[in-house]
Design a binder for this molecule. Structure first.
Ligand code: OGA
Ligand code: NI
Length: 250
């Protein structure tokens, strides 16, 4: 985990000129980096650089900085193994076979993204935000950080700081509303690893569970690719993306 954070730090610290080749725009480009900013939103500035590399089903990597490729391969494999165990546990906790979710989600072709965030110390942290409130796409996100906190989740209408133990994985498996704040003391680096179904696989409420509970589905199904597009669209900005999928009561 430390080596992965180090490798990402070395990437972000490359001269701007050397990162330009990865400044692409499409959602599913295998490698992309940039600085997010949106001067239109409420007097608040986004204060973050990001690097997103798709590591599964096809492993992509960077040839610089030296060492990134090797460590990200190892990190992505081990992180995926942890995510697999968590999904197996969730399946079992729902009274399903351990491999239920991984089977129906075509996990062997599942999408894994190494999404690194770089938040430099900010002179006026109250006027900036690292990442505005959002929900993650995917089945389970594992997040690590360089022992600097900043992730906040909405709980009982309050923003609550996630005070993770050093070296811990923060696991996000519910569609929770969260954001990242910035600080004025030191650079914070986090690596969020969303693990999703295969892109062409629709995620739907589990039919066996609906039947067991005698309930109708509360959400429509959608492929993971469409869901990711929806999440990135202006219509979904500052909106929990599951809200778009909720079946309207009639
Ligand atoms: C994300 C995210 C929070 C953080 O990348 O989706 O929520 O703590 N990051 O950097
Ligand atoms: Ni997130």
């Amino acid at each position: 985990m430390k080596e992965m954070i180090d490798a990402c730090r070395r990437f972000f610290e490359l001269p701007e000129e050397e990162k330009k080749e990865f400044h692409t725009k499409n959602l599913l480009d295998p490698i992309k980096c940039g600085t997010s900013f949106n001067v239109a939103i409420d007097k608040v500035r986004l204060w973050r650089d990001y690097l997103k590399v798709i590591a599964h089903p096809k492993f992509n990597s960077l040839y610089k900085p030296a060492g990134y490729s090797e460590v990200s391969l190892e990190f992505s494999k081990r992180t995926r193994a942890v995510a697999t165990e968590i999904l197996n546990g969730i399946s079992e906790s729902l009274g399903l076979e351990a491999d239920y979710i991984t089977k129906v989600m075509n996990w062997h072709r599942g999408c894994q993204i190494l999404a690194a965030n770089y938040y430099p110390a900010c002179p006026q942290p109250d006027l900036a935000i690292g990442i505005p409130p959002h929900t993650d796409h995917g089945l389970v996100t594992l997040l690590i950080q360089n022992d600097m906190c900043g992730l906040e989740v909405k709980h009982n209408d309050q923003w609550v700081l996630v005070n993770a133990a050093p070296g811990a994985f923060i696991v996000n498996y519910k569609s929770i509303w969260h954001r990242a704040t910035v600080n004025n003391t030191a650079t914070r680096i986090s690596i969020a690893v969303p693990h999703g179904p295969a892109l062409d696989t629709p995620a739907v409420p589990i039919p066996e569970l609906l039947e067991k509970e005698g309930e109708k589905a509360k959400y429509i199904g959608m492929t993971y690719e469409k869901f990711m597009e929806l999440q990135a669209s202006p219509a979904a900005y500052m909106m929990p993306c599951l809200d778009h999928l909720r079946v309207k009561d009639n």
